[in-house]
Design a protein around this ligand. Sequence first.
Ligand code: SF4
Ligand code: SF4
Length: 111
Amino acid sequence: MEKLIACCGLDCASCDAYKATVTNNDELRAETAEKWKVQFNADITPEMINCTGCRQEGAKFSHCNECGIRNCVKSKGFSTCADCNEMETCSIVGDIHRYVPEALGNLKSLN
Ligand code: SF4
Ligand code: SF4
């Protein structure tokens, strides 16, 4: 499957919100909402599970719409953190890369 690399380097194509949206799958929306409710300790309903991907036009999951990394990338006029010379030292995107090293690899593959 082709990757859809988000501003931070995560692959939106492998995200359940993205998959549920592009296949309009209400069962997956409900499952994802239950899973994320626990994971993010937040009130997440199936109706909130709509997202076409970080850098694609269309709906965004609420957190992704307010994401500090996405906002930082946009404010600097970049496409992703791969355009920034702070990519490997940045404290904003650093947590993601610590927990999901593949995200940093995805960004490096863009350069
Ligand atoms: S931007 Fe959307 S598709 Fe990408 S990780 Fe966030 S919720 Fe998933
Ligand atoms: S400062 Fe950090 S979050 Fe902002 S574009 Fe650069 S690497 Fe990304």
